[in-house]
Design a protein around this ligand. Structure first.
Ligand code: 5GP
Length: 175
């Protein structure tokens, strides 16, 4: 399968993704029963995972979405990430962040630092994919769909240069 100039092959099928997503939701239903969690999906990549996960969550809960914007800071060489679009008051709430993939973990690390300043009761991470070999941050990922090797993936919300988010399965770059 070609997306733009690259060739990809199916890596995790839609059926497997849905099966694993339901298992995660079952755990969340048990562990957050009576906790009134606020799910926060990180756009754009998490939109499909968040939708399927929430269809299997059956406890009282809310969901909202935010974006992370990256910009080049004037005083530093590194990219600074900022959360955009959070409207809910998260003070004293149990937050579950829904992410498509944790790669180096830098995005999550920045987000958690920002969220902590807003005084939530707890923050948990739920990521569909996780590349342990790439991790450079000190992160505790409470719910992981699949641990994958350090290779580029797309589909099911994840893009290659803007394309491929609509694919039902997860694909891996063909070597
Ligand atoms: P991190 O800050 O953990 O290095 O990067 C997280 C973000 O990088 C993800 O939310 C995702 O947008 C992007 N990313 C990391 N690895 C991949 C990958 O293999 N495929 C795609 N499509 N995006 C990735």
């Amino acid at each position: 399968m070609n997306v733009k100039d690259k060739e990809f092959e199916v890596y995790i099928s839609e059926a497997k993704i849905l099966e694993r997503t339901r298992e995660i939701a079952t755990k969340i239903n048990e562990e957050f029963k009576d906790q009134d969690p606020l799910f926060i999906g990180i756009l754009n990549g998490s939109f499909m995972f968040a939708a399927d996960l929430m269809k299997a969550v059956d406890i009282p809960s809310e969901i909202t979405f935010i974006k992370v914007s990256s910009y080049q800071a004037t005083q530093s060489t590194g990219k600074v990430k900022e959360l955009v679009g959070l409207q809910q008051n998260i003070f004293n709430r149990n937050i579950i962040l829904i992410e498509d993939i944790v790669d180096t973990g830098r995005t999550m690390e920045h987000l958690i630092t920002d969220f902590k300043e807003l005084g939530p009761k707890s923050i948990s991470i739920c990521s569909l994919l996780y590349k342990p070999e790439a991790l450079k941050a000190d992160l505790d990922i409470r719910y992981v769909g699949f641990e994958i090797p350090n290779r580029f993936v797309l589909g099911y919300g994840l893009d290659y240069d803007g394309y491929g988010r609509n694919l039902r399965d997860i694909y891996q770059l063909k070597e």
